[in-house]
Design a protein around this ligand. Structure first.
Ligand code: GDP
Length: 318
């Protein structure tokens, strides 16, 4: 017999904020099997950065549960190039959605952050308790600061208003629906696009930085499953890390991507580009104790993502 869940989604009106993004669309796929009523709002109808629009939409639609997956996101370059957007957009989106949820009595809300909330020199693997123990990594500090504010707002609303609002901090994510634009993307979609181009046109595969940073990657379908699991089974002030426990160097990642894409061209590292955090591995002991484990290995996830890229991106660019 399975243990009863803390919070059941069955029959509930569930709002996925950011449903067109990589995380939001994975949540939509995962929640389709939950017998709940999914509600979404197109960006053209409600800009989540506008408080008045968000409050009016929430009052008219009255969700019972909210997954807050809307955010301005991007890789190491764009984070640093557009600091104002990364700080302002994310602060506005999270304060508007969380406060509007409180106003209409949302029963449970899941706020999604990122592993970049932890200090640059955090103890590795990084437990939840490393939050706010030191200075942030400069390349993503704007985004990190906004996400830290979101965690704290959920905590503050729990204390002051008794809201059952929780936070999950995913490791570096990838998968279908990712952004493959080379300036704005994270490393996995960038390497897929570059390896694919080298296969088509020859030449080297450019890789930013030295290749030595270590990263932990999770397929977005695993993340969606973990987030739904936490929504049902976790209630508490502290945010919960969501990761795989496996790390890989950027060099090894680039070699794996090239193999999967089927290209034998040399990698060209560019040390003039930033490495960012030297190492970023989450301690996921807490999530495992709660009873959740990832299922999709990196190799399998990369193959699926390359197949998605061929079908949805490369085909249209050709
Ligand atoms: P981060 O975890 O916030 O640093 O996110 P990214 O996914 O943007 O970058 C991860 C690592 O991959 C960093 O060390 C980057 O320098 C490295 N990297 C190598 N090539 C690329 C690339 O083409 N794009 C991006 N975004 N990162 C790259």
């Amino acid at each position: 017999m399975t243990a009863p869940v803390l919070y059941s989604l069955a029959g509930k009106r569930v709002f996925v904020a950011g449903h067109r993004g990589m995380v939001g669309s994975a949540l939509m796929r995962r929640l389709a099997g939950e017998r709940c009523e999914l509600i979404t709002v197109p960006r053209g109808d409600v800009d989540l950065r506008r408080q008045d629009a968000v409050e009016r939409w929430m009052a008219a639609n009255r969700p019972q549960a909210v997954f807050l997956a809307a955010a301005t996101v991007g890789g190491i370059y764009i984070n640093d190039a557009r600091p104002g957007d990364f700080l302002y957009d994310n602060l506005a989106i999270e304060t508007n959605v969380i406060e509007a949820a409180r106003q209409v009595g949302v029963e449970k809300l899941m706020f999604l952050g990122s592993s970049c909330i932890y200090p640059r020199a955090a103890r590795q693997p990084m437990p939840e308790s490393e939050l706010l123990t030191g200075p942030l990594e400069p390349t993503n500090q704007w985004y990190a600061l906004a996400k830290i504010a979101g965690i704290m707002l959920c905590r503050a609303y729990r204390r002051q208003h008794g809201c059952d609002y929780i936070s999950a901090m995913p490791t570096n994510l990838y998968g279908p629906g990712d952004n493959f634009d080379l300036e704005a993307s994270h490393v996995i979609p960038a390497l897929i696009a570059k390896a694919h181009r080298a296969k088509d046109r020859g030449g080297e595969i450019p890789v930013w930085g030295t290749g030595s940073p270590l990263r932990e990657f999770m397929h977005v379908d695993d993340l969606a499953d973990a987030v739904v699991f936490l929504m049902k089974n976790y209630s508490g002030e502290e945010h919960v890390n969501v990761g795989t426990g496996q790390e890989v160097s950027i060099r090894a990642l680039a070699e794996t991507v090239a193999r999967i894409v089927g290209v034998e061209r040399p990698l060209r590292f560019d040390p003039a580009k930033p490495d960012g955090m030297p190492r970023k591995l989450l301690d996921t002991g807490r999530l495992r104790e709660l009873g959740w484990q990832p299922r999709i290995g990196l190799e399998e996830g990369l193959r699926a993502t390359y197949a998605w890229y061929l079908e949805h991106v490369a085909r249209h660019a050709a």
